[in-house]
Design a protein around this ligand. Structure first.
Ligand code: GRF
Length: 192
């Protein structure tokens, strides 16, 4: 893993596709003096991602490329990451699957946040599945990204109780609140 050397923060890119509440949270975390990372690039596969607004708000470079031709998109991203000296990637609601070759080039340096207690409920609709199965507990996981979806080494997890009244929407809100706490803790754990 990339370890912090000296006082320099690890240049990080955050990949998003949607609201970007985790992105905003990571940006705020990165500004804390002792944070191991700085956020230097926001990447989205869609212009519709609401989280792109944080690029202007926090003066962070953004890059958008749809994944219609994922090989071309990934090649462009890799060039940019190199140009910007980015050595760490946080996926935060990024809805595209990165290729094996992309992941290999950033091996051990890409992490993701997932709204379930992995290995339970990989993929989409985690809250619907948890409620349907009458689970009493769900949660969120930060893990390293490997070629196999939502299957890389788990860094940290946080449990969230499911109440009888919970709907997928209310549960998503509850879990998201914990995600915002968990992602910075996971990053500190990686670099310290
Ligand atoms: C989060 O629940 C995250 O775990 C999942 O997608 C959602 C993204 O939310 N992968 P946001 O865009 O960070 O608000």
């Amino acid at each position: 893993m990339v370890k912090l050397t000296g006082l320099k923060k690890v240049k990080t890119a955050v990949f998003i596709s949607g609201t970007g509440s985790n992105l905003k949270n990571l940006i705020k975390f990165s500004k804390i003096k002792n944070s191991p990372i700085s956020i230097d690039l926001i990447f989205s596969n869609t212009t519709k991602a609401k989280g792109l607004k944080f690029s202007n708000q926090f003066n962070i470079k953004k890059y958008i490329s749809n994944f219609k031709d994922s090989k071309i998109a990934e090649a462009k991203i890799l060039n940019l990451l190199k140009k910007e000296n980015i050595s760490f990637i946080c996926l935060a609601g990024f809805m595209r699957i990165l290729s094996k070759s992309f992941i290999r080039k950033f091996s051990g340096k890409i992490v993701n946040i997932h709204p379930s207690l992995l290995p339970k409920y990989k993929g989409l609709d985690t809250h619907i599945k948890a409620i349907k199965n009458k689970d009493k507990v769900t949660g969120c996981t930060v893990h390293f990204v490997t070629a196999k979806l939502d299957s890389g080494k788990i860094i940290i997890q946080k449990k969230v109780k499911i109440s009888k009244k919970d709907t997928p929407t209310s549960l998503a809100k509850k879990v998201l609140r914990q995600e915002h706490k968990l992602y910075p803790v996971a990053i500190n754990k990686i670099f310290n």
